[in-house]
Design a protein around this ligand. Structure first.
Ligand code: CP3
Length: 341
């Protein structure tokens, strides 16, 4: 039994006195303790060393006391496991030295054995669960196949992923083959994460919004749906697809327990699409955390009133930004805990 199981209650649709709260990308970036560790170890060393990953996962828990932990890792480790080289460059972000450009490359990509290639993530989950000692739930995660495809083909981050889009429109057939390989890997990966102790799974489709609605269903949702189908009976799944407010209805019928919303979607609109059968998560504009603390507190209370205390998880509308003062992040979490109707 988990002592503070507010997150699980919210995902079950059970009544809560106040909603649970956690923040996307809470482990890292803006935390001074994390920045110190960053000077000593490169990014993937931090991901690949279970003791370090556990330590980083627990940093925001000690500092901010949210209602859930999210395992420190990255969505891109799945591409590495599939045989694609990925580097993390300082002040640049992800860099793929040999981006996927040809049918031959796609044929060579493997669907790996998860224990062998990503065992370090599973170890980090087991160690973190031990350290958390049933205090709060642990969230495991994966990138949506489309978002991983974007990095693998584009070769780096991008505002519009034009190279990845050009590729799917010129080579739809082999694109689908690649997306299916990512999907198959992700399903096995998430099953292993659940078996290792992850209490909730979140799918990050950070770049779903670069596609048209029609193309989103074809190149992204189609694959997310397969993932949800394979894990929905053994865990609570949350789908976060930035910019994809139009797909709320399909998402709420998929068997997932939660939908993460970005800040451009209103509570009223989200609710109108879902028949109250799903839990929403979000959606404070991360840049709004730069507002004065009293304003943050006031905004959060208003946001809870709009979404309600049932079927709701307070979060940001995307990851926390590196320039957010820790005191402001703390105020965001505290204001949820202070909430009473
Ligand atoms: O939520 C958490 O705190 C857990 C850890 C986590 C990281 N990445 C650590 C990280 C999670 C859940 C992610 C997911 C992730 N990674 C996404 C989906 C969520 C989103 O923000 O849209 C994406 C698109 C990535 C790919 C990625 N990783 C990028 C674009 C970058 C560079 C920009 C940046 O700083 O985020 C990363 C690096 C990364 N992943 C860092 C951290 C803490 C910062 C770099 C570092 O620590 O050296």
């Amino acid at each position: 039994m988990i002592k503070n199981d507010l997150l699980l209650k919210a995902l079950n649709g059970d009544p809560c006195d106040r909603p649970p709260v956690w923040m996307m990308r809470q482990a890292g970036r803006y935390l001074p303790e994390f920045m110190k560790l960053k000077k000593k170890y490169d990014f993937f060393t931090r991901c690949q060393t279970p003791e370090l990953a556990t330590k980083i996962t627990l940093m925001p828990i000690k500092e901010l006391n949210p209602d859930a932990a999210i395992i420190f890792s990255d969505i891109l480790v799945v591409l590495q496991a599939m045989g694609i080289k990925v580097e993390m460059k300082n002040n640049f972000g992800p860099y793929i030295p040999e981006p996927i450009k040809t049918k031959k490359q796609i044929e060579k990509i493997i669907v790996p054995n998860i224990e062998e290639s990503l065992g370090y993530v599973l170890e980090a989950i087991k160690l973190t669960k031990k350290e958390l000692n049933s205090s709060i739930p642990l969230i495991g995660f994966a990138g949506a196949p489309w978002t991983l495809f974007c990095y693998a083909v584009q070769g780096s981050g991008s505002k519009n992923f034009n190279v990845a889009k050009e590729f799917i429109f010129k080579n739809p057939e082999i694109s689908h083959k690649f997306l299916q390989k990512i999907t198959n890997t992700t399903i096995e990966y998430l099953k292993s994460k659940i078996n290792s102790g992850a209490d909730v799974i979140q799918i990050f489709d950070s770049w779903g919004g670069v596609l048209s609605q029609k193309d989103y269903y074809l190149f992204s949702w189609n694959y997310i749906k397969q993932i949800i189908d394979s894990i929905k009976d053994s865990t609570h799944a949350i789908i976060f697809a930035k910019g994809c407010w139009y797909a709320i209805k399909e998402m709420s019928l998929s068997g997932a327990s939660g939908i993460g919303l970005d800040w451009t979607c209103s509570a009223k609109y989200a609710k109108s699409q879902s028949n109250n059968n799903i839990t929403f998560q979000g959606n404070y504009d991360p840049a709004r955390l730069l507002s004065p603390i009293p304003k943050i507190k006031d905004d959060v209370k208003k946001m809870i009133k709009e979404f309600g205390t049932k079927n709701y998880i307070v979060n940001l509308g995307h990851g926390i930004l590196p320039n957010i003062p820790v005191s402001h992040a703390k105020a965001f979490i505290e204001s949820v805990k202070e909430f009473n109707t």
